[in-house]
Write a protein that binds this ligand. Sequence first.
Ligand SMILES: [Mg+2]
Length: 256
Amino acid sequence: MTALPRLVAFDLDDTLAASKSPLDPRMAALLVRLLDVAVVCVISGGNFSQFRMQLVDNLENVSDEALTGLHLLPTCGTQYYRHSKGDWTQVYAENLSDDEKSRALAAVEAAARELGYWESDTWGPILEDRGSQITFSALGQSAPVARKVQWDPTGEKKNSLREKVQALLPDLEVRSGGSTSVDITRRGIDKAYGMKRLAVLTGVPLSDMLFIGDRLDENGNDYPVKVLGVECVAVEGWEDTAAYLETLIPTLAAGA
Ligand SMILES: [Mg+2]
């Protein structure tokens, strides 16, 4: 990218906020400022209820007009939400078929049990049907962040589970997601797919976008965006992202 980005896209968990936690007020204020100078997108494996709890419910002092510049792509862009008439509306959703869902649920449970990763002490359900995605969360959907971090610090468990489930579901795509999660979608559905959809939806070419994420490593769920050729910034948590935005926003404002 030679010029400044026209669109800034973010991963959600561990990029804008701690995993499954609300935005810090400092980050919320930075995003509101960013909306004045760029198109903003958030793309995550999470579903819209997570976007609501972590992100949109915590944005304050922002006009309806500014919010039209915020594009939300839950479940890797297989769903798309925009703000209009004072609320968030789903523009589209591409869901798995019932057969795909039942095979995915059965395969991930069987593989997790076989590997000894099917925990009995959990916080909420391990398996979740997100419509366009089946998600395995080793310690349950509502596990405390501190416990999740301890479960698989090297990523080894997620990777071995991912490989085993992928072998059982050759027609679907299996990816390691957040700190304890593995996501199953249709083939070719990843954040690169979402970014390509975003280019069509916004009219902003990929070459004018910047993507910020915490898992741009080869096994990470942000890696496909890097492979796609979008300019990327790797961060190690929301504080890193905040520091980056504190420099980027004045630069964009000066260039606008
Ligand atoms: Mg992340």
